[in-house]
Design a protein around this ligand. Sequence first.
Ligand code: ADP
Length: 234
Amino acid sequence: MEILRVEHLSKIYGTGENAVHALDDVSFCVEKGQFLAIIGPSGSGKSTLLNMIGALDTPTSGKVFIDGKDIFSMKERNLTVFRRRNIGFIFQSFNLIPELTVEQNIIFPVLLDYQKPNKKYLEELLTVLGLKERRRHLPSQLSGGQQQRVALARAIVTRPKVLLLDEPLSAIDAKLRKSLQVEIRRIQKQLNITTIFVTHDQDEAMVMSDRICLLNCGKIEQMDTPIAIYTHPR
Ligand code: ADP
């Protein structure tokens, strides 16, 4: 089942001589539960693409459909609610709220939406992510890896249709990074969360994803399974 469709997406920053074609006619689909890694050199358009999918920025042309909804055709207020309910984000900096406990941080997006947290799902998340013993701790009392897991729980507490990760592991040391790669993938599979993962690390994309989208100068250079890209690199 198709969850995400990107159609002829283009983004031009600036005008005239200063115009930058950050994205140039990008199209692809992602099926439910799939893990897509977006890789490419710095400046190739990875963050721009992720920001468009997350409706944090608007394209110059083209469309993004999430679960069949044309997100840029929505009114701003509807889009804000749609984004909150259907799209989970994790950025490089976890942006946890220092004054709130682990549990309060995790349920924050639910409260922001004037909803009641689903206690059963919250317990499941705390268990799956190994945070049960830490639920009343503050972020400052956690290791980097634990903070990352809280950010992951917060991003998926609303059961988003798509989870967007923008280099979430790049600030973490190499050893912990490996275990978090395995952990994110395990949780993503266990909860069947459609995930788009931006990284500049090709090995990370290889070990974690079902498919890789290789961007270069705002265009898709290759899009295939890790094994196909490894055996037939373009
Ligand atoms: P990546 O994430 O692959 O490093 P980006 O999506 O951040 O690439 O950027 C793609 C291109 O768009 C780059 O040339 C960058 O300089 C340009 N760009 C990104 N954001 C802006 C902006 N707000 N204004 C002008 N140019 C931008």
